[in-house]
Ligand binder design. Structure first.
Ligand code: GLC
Length: 451
């Protein structure tokens, strides 16, 4: 090759290489204050709604006499892809109302929405120009993510998207399922990654700014630590203040959701269907995601609902351990959030309306052990005592090694009538009225002059 040209070319390569490496390390070396600023809304929000909505809502959990499927139906029932693709003509969610969904989440006290932009079946629930495997080629031909993003903006909720790395439909995703009978040629992850980056760019550009990019499906061997690091840097490069969960990388340890290892990729841990007994170590952000019944995606036979009491107490438990709660709904192929979910969200919202102050922006209980009667959350100078079991003798005792209590009242009491506080040898005793203001959880606000 002509020498000066070769020199110029190699210089360009070096410069590009440096830029990519710089982007990676710049995000890794983010100053603590910058990270705190980026995570601030998430730490304040505490409560979000997860929405699993996709093509799998058409079979609604049922395939050939079996009724125990959800969003994994293609994989679990080994549906030939040529058959699965036919659901596309039956997805027409004409009852979908973005404003109603957002209003419901807001009324429940939720501050952010995370919706499946693409689940493991690879089906895009947004207007992508990179494939026709998506909502725009259904009879619906509307872009629900666009409508939801606009409604979230109006309502002041953060709009966030879930995106699955694993993709059972894309011909380049490996390992390809043997019953994917429509994909041609050999899969090639090096071609798949640019496709994925293209879709992520569409998501960040056309629906952003996004609150969170919620990755999933990172567990197969073809996804590597290096690819995770690269993808993290790529998405932060698209929107520097975005938050990315730890499922972008490879160090998540099972359903506990915590990342372990020297080089952790992602901003927070994602326990699934569980609340870590002692939370996650101090300084680690986390969010427990959970279903209301059994499946994430809609299953019309799944009636195994948690009660609103259970879910409110879970939210309190999570916040008392320093985490966030991401509570799931699985809308139908008509575009409706199932009735039992709506009912429960309304009940949770009622509790939040009175007691939300003890949740938003609250941090973990300062004591190593939760009291027998409930849970504690805290803000500077305040302890919120969430009483699950109202004491029969009207005396609530609390160990208080540091700090002097100055006043106590019930959060449900608009008059803030003071409750009597009696100092004890190792703490305090608070006198309560005989009847609990809320059978699920009543909150006593204890103001303290902190040391
Ligand atoms: C999982 C599942 C999935 C669900 C999710 C939610 O790992 O594969 O279907 O979307 O996690 O956390």
């Amino acid at each position: 090759m002509f020498k000066p040209l070769a020199t110029i070319l190699s210089l360009i390569f070096v410069l590009f290489g440096c830029a990519a490496a710089f982007a990676e390390t710049a995000f890794e070396r983010e100053a603590a204050a910058d990270r705190d600023a980026r995570m601030a809304w998430f730490r304040e929000a505490k409560f979000g709604i997860f929405i699993h909505w996709g093509l799998y809502s058409v079979p609604a959990g049922e395939w050939k006499e079996k009724k125990n499927y959800g969003e994994w139906i293609f994989e679990k029932a080994h549906i030939p892809m040529s058959e699965y693709e036919k659901f596309r003509d039956r997805l027409n969610p004409v009852k979908f109302d973005a404003a109603a969904w957002v209003a419901l989440a807001k009324q429940a006290g939720m501050k952010y929405i995370v919706i499946t932009s693409k689940h493991h079946d690879g089906f895009a629930m947004f207007d992508t120009k990179l494939t026709d495997w998506g909502i725009m080629s259904t009879p619906f031909r509307r872009d629900p993510l666009k409508e939801l993003a606009a409604e979230c903006k109006k309502a002041g909720l953060k709009f966030c998207v879930y995106y699955s790395i694993m993709d059972w439909h894309h011909p380049d995703y490996a390992p390809r399922r043997s019953w994917n009978d429509t994909a041609k040629g050999e899969p090639d992850m090096d071609r798949y990654v640019p496709f994925m980056k293209g879709q992520l760019k569409e998501l960040v550009t056309n629906y952003g700014p996004l609150g969170i990019l919620w990755f999933d499906g990172e567990w197969e061997k073809t996804w590597t630590h290096q690819r995770g690091k690269d993808l993290y840097a790529y998405v932060r490069g698209l929107q520097p203040d975005i938050i990315i969960n730890n499922r972008v990388g490879k160090n998540r340890k099972g359903m506990k959701g915590i990342s372990v290892g020297k080089e952790i990729v992602g901003d927070y841990g994602t326990p699934e269907q569980e609340i870590p007994a002692d939370g996650l170590p101090p300084g680690v952000d986390w969010e427990s995601c959970m279903t209301m019944n059994k499946y994430w995606g809609y299953n019309k036979y799944d009636h195994d609902w948690k009660s609103s009491t259970t879910m409110i107490r879970m939210l309190i438990d999570i916040v008392s351990k320093g985490g966030n709660y991401l509570l799931n709904v699985g809308p139908t192929a008509e575009g409706l959030i199932p009735g039992p979910s709506v009912e429960r969200l309304r009940e949770i919202g009622k509790w939040m309306k009175t007691n939300g102050e003890s949740i938003y922006g609250a941090s973990a209980c300062p004591f190593p052990k939760a009291p027998a009667w409930g849970r504690i959350t805290r803000k500077p100078g305040i302890l919120y005592l969430h009483v699950f079991d109202w004491p029969k003798d009207g005396k609530l005792s609390l160990p208080l090694p540091d700090g002097k209590p100055t006043s106590a009242y019930l959060l449900a009491d608009p008059k803030r009538s003071p409750l009597e506080i009696t100092p004890q040898a190792t703490g305090v005793e608070i006198s309560l009225p005989s009847k609990a203001p809320d059978a699920t959880a009543s909150v006593v606000v204890l103001e303290i002059a902190e040391k």
